[in-house]
Design a protein around this ligand. Sequence first.
Ligand code: DAK
Length: 255
Amino acid sequence: MNTVITERHDKVLLVRLNRPEALNAINEQLADDLNEVLATYEKDETLGCMVLTGSEKAFAAGADIKEMQFKTYAEAYFEDFICKWDPLARTRKPIIAAVAGFALGGGCEFAMMCDFILAAENAKFGQPEIKLGIIPGAGGTQRLPRAVGKAKAMALALTGRMMDVNEAERAGLVSRVVPLDKLMEETLAAALMICEYSQLAVMAAKESVNRAFEGGLADGVMFERRLFHALFATQDQKEGMDAFVNKRKASFKNA
Ligand code: DAK
C-alpha cells in the first residue's frame, strides 16, 4: 500500500498520509515516499501549492514507535536518524497542513514544518515524547515555542499533554479552525487562492516570513527589503499593479 496518496486539484497537489493501521505514524517508507512527492512538487511548474493532510482520525500520531524502539544511540547518530524529514521544512514552494484528529510528536512537528495549519474541530496537538523517555527530535522544542511561546511549549513538552484545537488556535499554532466536513474544501480554497498569485511573490513572502524566525529584527527587515526591491524586476509586479490601476483581474506568469 502507498504510504502517501496524491491527488491533483487544478494547480494544487493534495498529499494524504496513508498508514491508517498506525494512525499515519511516520516510518522510513513514509518519509521516503513523501520526499519523492516533495521533489516532484518543487520541480513541477504547473503546481502552485501543496496541501499535506492525513485522515479524519489522525494527521499523524508521531514517528513510528514500533520501528524505532530498538534503535541504538550509535545507529541513530550514524544514520542521522530523522534527517530524512528535513525536505518538508526546506521546500521553497508553499505547503498548507490540513489537520484533523491527532497531530502528535513527529506529527505535530510535520504540521509545524508546513507554512500554516488549518485545523478541524477535532484536531489535537501535542509533543508526548517525554512519555516515551525521549524528547521531540524534529524541531518540536524549537518551532513550538516560536509558535506558542515558552510557557505553553515547555508545559506541553514536559507533561506530554495534548492541546485541543481551540487552545491551539488561541496560542497561535493554528491559523484557522473549520468544521471537520469543511476542512478539505476550505484548505483547497486557500491553496487555490495562493496559486492565483505570482509564484515569485509567494515564494519571496514565504522566505521572508521564515527569516523572522532565524535572526534579529534589523537583519530580517533588511532581508525583506531586498526581496521587496527584487520583485520590482518581475513582470508579475508590473502586471499586478497595472491590473489594480485598470480595475481588472491580474494574470500572473511567474516571470
Ligand atoms: N507509532 C506506531 N504505531 C502507532 C503510533 C505511533 N506513533 N501511534 C498509534 N499507533 C498504532 C497503535 O499501536 C495501534 O496499533 P495496533 O495496536 O492496533 O496494531 C493503532 O495505531 C491505533 O492506535 P490506538 O489503538 O492507540 O488508538 P487510540 O485512539 O486508542 O489512541 C493515540 C490514539 C494517538 C492517543 C495513541 O495511539 C497514542 O498515544 N499514540 C502514540 C502517540 C505518541 O506517543 N507520539 C509520539 C511518537 S514519538 C528523533 C526525532 C523525532 C522523533 C524521535 C526521535 N530523533 C532525531 C532521534 C519523534 C518521535 C515521536 O514522534
